[in-house]
Design a binder for this molecule. Structure first.
Ligand code: ADP
Ligand code: MG
Length: 695
């Protein structure tokens, strides 16, 4: 059946077209002023908008509404209320007021607040984010909202993101003024590439670790991994294809521009990339995409795994954050061809380099999670060290600026940086680029450290804010200068000299990079508890405060929540591992060893001449395995009990990282070794072979 894209796309979104259609002209105009110019929404306008929304939603089959928001857990939250309003005579009407549209009051006590509420005010409320369109999902009208405490502290991921977009936009406008441009609409753009795994529902249901933690805590490597490289861009399984088709359709209905889908490198791994859009909308879209992936998978007998590292030894899943800035439709990270624009491009490039170097720890922190710790530095993902890839051409340009030399491009075009004619930057899609945490890819930067599961609000909040800060530094240096071009070049030379250490075009997977990075003074924050303190460094707190992104209380709260979540996640993993060993693995190994022992006995009962040496060897290995598994369990038990007693959040997270995780790893090694020798029918859970290779 042909798809009528005109009908389909955005059909579940209360977007601009619908608003123009359904709102009285004056109301529409008022609302535009609220959305675009930040004017306050009057009750009358809110009432009219709410009414129109309800009518529209009911025509689409919705009888409920919800304020849709992103609490500090990073996942989205909703609580459904119906439009129902009882009236006299035992009847009811469907009503939706402006008040209900603009403000909600979820029970804030059940959401993490990192002590904000105990310090300040007990309640929190959700407020309509007029910059995001309302939409219908599962017959519920969803109203995107910000979640804040009554004293104004942000309790969500979105509020500071919006603030950071404002901050960078203000600085960009000032910079562009110097270039003679008076722009109106500046926003950052994001194109999030989402990786995920699809496995069969029945396998998932048989693995407590996947069910409770999203990753396999045990599992011997499959006989075949990804070494044949036959999955990447390979033809897509029919079941998966049907899943992807349904997903695309549902995403398009929600106005999410899903564009590319393909198999990834690992078996059973896939990727979806949308066309980029305004950061906040792109992140809303990504969260919805993740939710729909999970839901739609179930229609096809599949489960969508979004954990960063569901399978040990197999590529993990990332979420590349493609990022740029757009000013009145112009992509500011497009190198362009005309000289003046090139200088402008170099100013923004310099700002990003400075920002990423100066706040490398903060950026690293934003994507530090228990799940991502397994992925970063593994063989397919960027290392935990932040560095930037510029590609040969652009690095040459940077070098030339530092050395005050002419730049000679590969095409033998000389380029005097006074009148730069930048070579056109073809996408540098080399392997080296793939290993870089932060790569320039033609007309945007691609931040590759975020893991598949993370809410991208945090890293974009930081990215926007640190670039705002770097642009402000630039403005301070050149504003009022007699010769603006000269001052700009001097500034760039200085900044690029100071921050060149962050530029690394080599192979990030190479072991020598770790030593080299250390020599350069780059941070190597190995795991989440090491990275999180970057949040509360004085420089970070000052930065957030200066640009009104987060106040010190909010920063502290977020740091605590992240620590707490980390420890809780590892705690659940350890408990799950122990339970699986006692309930599943040990009984299985014991049962199998009993069978082997019985076989020996039976044979010997018939004749002592029948050899049992194979069984004897196997039995000895199994008996030894049972002992090893048991003592590894005892060690994990002890490490866990100790970590659970620690009260200081940072120390507790450190303890989970440094003693519980190694104990879990040791236990896993013992169990996985047994999986290789225990009979298939005895093994209690689906194997990697089984889960990753299916038809
Ligand atoms: P790949 O990284 O796989 O080579 P592409 O370069 O085509 O793929 O794009 C990857 C993602 O980058 C897409 O989601 C795309 O929309 C996004 N993207 C492209 N240009 C921009 C931009 N100016 N700002 C933000 N994201 C962008
Ligand atoms: Mg990419």
């Amino acid at each position: 059946m042909a798809i009528d894209m005109h009908e389909l796309y955005g059909s579940m979104v209360f977007n601009d077209t619908v608003m123009q259609d359904r709102l009285p002209k004056s109301t529409y105009k008022e609302l535009q002023r609220v959305i675009n110019d930040g004017e306050t929404l009057t009750r009358d306008v809110a009432d009219e908008v709410a009414h129109a929304m309800k009518e529209w939603a009911m025509e689409k089959g919705a009888a409920h509404y919800t304020h849709w928001f992103q609490p500090l857990t990073g996942i989205t939250s909703e609580k459904h209320d119906s439009f129902l309003t009882p009236i006299a005579g035992g009847r009811a009407l469907m009503r939706f007021s402006g008040k209900e549209l603009i403000q909600g009051e979820p029970d804030a006590s059940s959401f993490p607040s990192g002590g904000i509420r105990s310090t300040f005010e007990a309640r929190g409320y959700t407020a309509w984010d007029t910059t995001s369109y309302a939409f219908i999902k599962d017959n519920v009208l969803c109203i995107p909202t910000a979640f804040v405490s009554y004293t104004g502290e942000a309790l969500d991921k979105k509020t500071p993101l919006l603030r950071s977009m404002e901050a960078v936009s203000a600085e960009v406008k000032r910079v562009l003024k110097l270039f003679g441009k008076d722009v109106k609409n500046v926003h950052t753009t994001v194109g999030p590439e989402q990786e995920y795994f699809l496995i069969k529902e029945e396998d998932y249901a048989n693995r407590l670790d996947l069910l409770l933690t999203g990753r396999t805590l045990f599992g011997a490597p499959p006989c075949k991994g990804q070494e044949l490289e036959d999955h990447y861009f390979g033809s897509i399984r029919p079941t998966v294809n049907r899943f992807m088709e349904e997903l695309d359709t549902e995403l398009w209905k929600l106005g999410i521009p899903a564009k590319t889908k393909h198999n990834e490198v690992a078996p059973a791994q896939h990727e979806l990339a949308p066309i980029f859009t305004v950061s906040s909308a792109a992140i809303d879209g990504n969260l919805l995409t993740m939710e729909l992936m999970r839901k739609i998978a179930s229609h096809h007998g599949l489960v969508c795994l979004q954990h960063e590292k569901p399978f040990e030894g197999i590529n993990g899943s990332g979420k590349h954050n493609n990022w740029s800035i757009e000013a009145d439709g112009e992509n500011l990270l497009n190198p362009g061809k005309t000289p003046y624009d090139n200088l402008q491009f170099l100013v923004f490039l310099t700002a990003v380099i400075r920002a990423v170097d100066e706040y490398q720890g903060l950026l690293r922190m934003t994507i530090a999670t228990a799940g991502n710790d397994h992925r970063l530095g593994a063989n397919e993902a960027p290392p935990a060290i932040v560095s930037m890839f510029l590609g040969d051409e652009l690095e040459g340009v940077v070098r030339a600026i530092i050395d005050s030399k002419e730049y000679v491009s590969k095409g033998d075009k000389t380029m005097d940086l006074g009148v730069p004619a930048l070579p056109s930057f073809i996408k540098d899609n080399t392997d080296r680029n793939r290993t870089s945490p932060f790569a320039f890819t033609g007309n945007k930067f691609e931040f590759r450290m975020p893991g598949a599961e993370v809410n991208l609000s945090d890293c974009n909040m930081v990215l926007n804010t640190i670039v705002a800060k770097a642009l402000q530094d630039y403005l301070e240096a050149v504003e009022g200068a007699k010769d603006f071009e000269k001052a700009t070049k001097q500034y760039m030379k200085q900044v690029l000299t100071d921050h060149q250490r962050i530029v690394f075009n080599g192979d990030g997977y190479d072991d020598s990079w770790v030593g080299e990075a250390e020599k350069r003074g780059l941070l190597n924050l190995k795991n989440t508890p090491e990275a999180l303190p970057e949040y509360i460094k004085p420089a970070s707190i000052a930065l957030f405060e200066q640009f009104h992104i987060l106040n010190p209380v909010e920063v502290e709260a977020r740091y605590e929540i992240r620590l707490d979540q980390y420890s809780k996640k590892i705690n659940i993993e350890a408990q799950t591992a122990l339970r699986m060993v006692h309930a599943r693995y040990l009984p299985a190994i014991i049962e199998y060893s009993t069978t082997v022992a019985e076989s020996i006995e039976a044979k010997q009962g018939i004749s002592a001449k029948i050899s049992t040496s194979g069984e004897q060897k196997l039995l000895a290995k199994l008996a030894d395995g049972i002992d090893q598994v048991t003592s590894a369990t005892e060690r994990l038990d002890a490490a866990l009990a100790k970590a659970q007693q620690v009260t200081d959040l940072q120390k507790q997270a450190d303890d989970f990282a440094n003693s519980v995780i190694p104990a879990m790893r040791a236990l896993r090694n013992e169990v996985d070794a047994m999986e290789l020798i225990v009979g298939h029918e005895y093994w209690p859970v689906p194997s990697y072979n089984h889960m990753l290779f299916y038809t």
